[in-house]
Write a protein that binds this ligand. Structure first.
Ligand SMILES: Cc1cc2nc3c(=O)[nH]c(=O)nc-3n(C[C@H](O)[C@H](O)[C@H](O)COP(=O)(O)OP(=O)(O)OC[C@H]3O[C@@H](n4cnc5c(N)ncnc54)[C@H](O)[C@@H]3O)c2cc1C
Length: 432
């Protein structure tokens, strides 16, 4: 979209758009760009199938995105469906079905990320995106006159061959660490919430649970008084003989930096009924963890030819730590903006179209994330967390509202009273 370099690079290494990273955000972006007829390079550091540390839980929001990408999510194809969320805390156990909505299906899914991510990447390939695996992207290539990104340097294959890829637009879909955004000067906003999450797998008779299970009570038992931590533990049956068991904690509590989360997970598992099998001998994977970048913790989402999607743009939902749906949705939104820009006649018009991307993201999620930031602050106070856990679960109607709020599942128009309250609040909250 900018002027062509004097010597055109070989065409296999140039495209209309380069997408860096083939997680859910990158594959969704590449899929929609390729579908619209653009020439797309999808560059992935690893080779599929590859592990990604995750809870592997998909809400109806993520399910909707899979349907849009034409993924076969039938049970015959190996997907385990879930009907809702089981919440445990304050001595209560509440099972809530996903809400019935016009905008989202009423079921979620579970799938291991090694296979999940590969399916998405292959779907992007089928749509026409050119996927390079074992392609480790390093520095951006910049136009010295404008500072605009015009490509990326990469090491390709086991031989680590240096290759330069060129495109007038680059999408950073390289996850939480996003070296590409950092190299373009886009640093993390410290005023936004951050989470950490750790998980492992156990062989377990609970492997085919048709509800996602969430435990609201995680305790810090180091001091004279036990403290309730802001976060939750999960048990997701994988349908393959194992359960994914993990926990996620927010940085809004004092304990955040002090605790060893692997130990907290071990202690929690040790407190569970023996017949569930969450014991060290049944563990099939080591405990691994990673960060959860939330509530737009990296901005702006567009600058100088670079768009940020998914974790690279800090799109994890601060209410529940869900990131896959937002990664795929932002990929879809970014692709739409790029396709429109691509069709404009002049560089100035293209730039005007691209500059809309941050605003579209803000209009879509900004108010909701602002509420999420307030929620994170509130539950960082152990007293409030305790009160919410002990009292909240005794009110099923309140909990149904909470489920809609936490999972961001409402109909934008024509929904019920709960939908109208949540949407109304999100609309009036500042969308920064
Ligand atoms: C323990 C844990 C549990 C979680 N549980 C859930 C859950 O149950 N449900 C949910 O919705 N979300 C969950 N999340 C969040 C979710 O995993 C992320 O939000 C999601 O993976 C973001 O997708 P992404 O495509 O933006 O980034 P990623 O999935 O991180 O993908 C980034 C891709 O870029 C590649 N890459 C990185 N650097 C380079 C480079 N230099 N060159 C080329 N390629 C590169 C990586 O190899 C990777 O394939 C969890 C997170 C953690 C840590």
């Amino acid at each position: 979209m900018t002027e062509q370099p004097a010597t055109a690079p070989p065409s296999e290494h140039s495209a209309d758009v380069i997408v860096v990273g083939a997680g859910p955000a990158g594959s969704a972006t590449a899929y929609y760009l390729a579908k619209a007829g653009l020439d797309v390079l999808l560059l992935e550091k690893t080779a599929f199938p590859r592990e990604k540390v995750c809870g592997d839980g998909l809400t109806p929001r993520a399910t909707k995105q899979l349907v849009s990408m034409g993924i076969d999510i039938s049970e015959e194809a190996g997907w385990l469906r879930n009907k809702g969320l089981r919440i445990i805390g304050g001595g209560q156990r509440l099972q809530l079905d996903w809400p019935e909505l016009a905008s989202f299906p009423d079921y979620g899914l579970v799938r291991r990320r090694d296979d999940f991510d590969e399916q998405l990447a292959r779907q992007a390939q089928k749509a026409g995106a050119r996927l390079y695996e074992r392609c480790n992207v390093g520095a951006p290539v910049l136009d010295p006159r404008t500072g605009r990104i015009t490509g990326v340097e990469a090491k390709l294959g086991e031989e680590k061959l240096p290759v330069t890829f060129h495109a007038p637009l680059v999408v950073a879909a390289d996850g939480n660490s996003t070296r590409l955004s950092l190299a373009m000067g886009l640093h993390r906003r410290e005023d936004r919430p951050m989470g950490v999450a750790v998980r492992t797998y156990f062989t377990s008779p609970r492997h085919d649970d048709d509800y996602l299970e969430s435990w609201l009570e995680l305790w810090d038992r180091r001091g004279p008084q036990d403290r309730l931590l802001p976060g939750y533990g999960w048990i997701f049956g994988m349908g393959d003989g194992t359960s994914n068991v993990g926990l996620g904690i927010l940085n809004s509590s004092k304990a955040f930096k002090e605790l060893d989360w692997r130990e907290v997970l071990k202690a929690w598992c040790a407190s569970m009924p023996a017949e569930w099998g969450y014991t060290p001998e049944n563990m099939t994977m080591p405990i691994r963890g990673a960060a959860l970048p939330m509530a737009f913790n990296r901005q702006p989402h567009y600058t100088k030819g670079l768009l940020l999607v998914g974790d690279a743009g800090g799109l994890v939902n601060p209410f529940n730590g869900e990131g896959i749906a937002y990664a795929m949705e932002s990929g879809h939104i970014a692709a739409d903006v790029i396709v429109q820009a691509h069709a404009r006649a002049t560089p100035a018009q293209r730039e005007m179209a691209l500059a809309r991307y941050p605003q579209v993201l803000k209009d879509t999620y900004g108010g909701y994330y602002t509420m999420g930031r307030a929620f994170v602050k509130l539950i960082g106070n152990p007293k409030i967390m305790k009160l919410a856990t002990e009292r909240g679960l005794t009110h099923p109607v309140l909990m149904r509202f909470t489920l809609k709020m936490l999972a961001n599942l409402t109909d934008p128009t024509g929904g019920d009273a709960m939908d109208r309250i949540i949407n109304g609040l999100a609309k009036v909250a500042p969308n920064s």
